[in-house]
Design a protein. Structure first.
Length: 167
């Protein structure tokens, strides 16, 4: 019986530490697990985790990760990426919600000022309309006065011409 030490390096995604197994190797009948660095594990767990070393092979020829383990690692990586993306989206949503909350707060704070501005605006519109009406009245009065001035100038011109003729 010979003892072979096999080191199995698992992917960091599996969350299992690098473990060294001591395997008692019987050249004639295959390998049998006798001792492990993980004393708390059951025999079936060790059988699942340990590599199958066949007679005539060296430990470096033992496959490190099987296809199902690769698929599991791929799925775990995808889950980690999806989780990171979900966290990123959650942060974005919270930022938008905070921004909306700040805008709502500003709107509530500024509402009295906005109402005051609206009141001032309506008063300014009223004053502007009154000023336009007053200007229209003054324009009308100006036209009347201009017409009266023309009439008075004509009468004055007639009176002067008749006074000159009479002399």
């Amino acid at each position: 019986m010979s003892v072979v030490t096999v080191s199995i390096q698992l992917s960091p995604l599996t969350a299992w530490p690098s473990t060294t197994f001591r395997i008692a190797h019987r050249i004639s009948s295959g390998s049998e697990l006798l001792n492990s660095s993980d004393a708390g594990a059951t025999r079936s767990q060790h059988n699942y985790l340990r590599p199958r070393v066949k007679p005539g092979r060296v430990a470096s020829q033992v496959p490190r990760i099987g296809p199902s383990q690769e698929q599991l690692n791929t799925v775990r990586q995808q889950l980690l990426e999806a989780n990171a993306q979900a966290v990123s989206e959650r942060v974005k949503v919270e930022a938008v919600a905070n921004d909306i909350g700040r805008k709502d707060t500003l709107l509530v704070e500024r509402k009295p000022e906005l109402q005051k501005i609206e009141t001032l605006f309506s008063e300014a519109n009223t004053q502007a309309a009154n000023a336009v009406n007053e200007a229209a009245k003054l324009g009308s009065d100006n036209i009347k006065l201009t017409d009266e001035l023309k009439i008075a100038n004509r009468q004055l011109a007639r009176a002067e011409s008749s006074a000159l003729v009479a002399e």
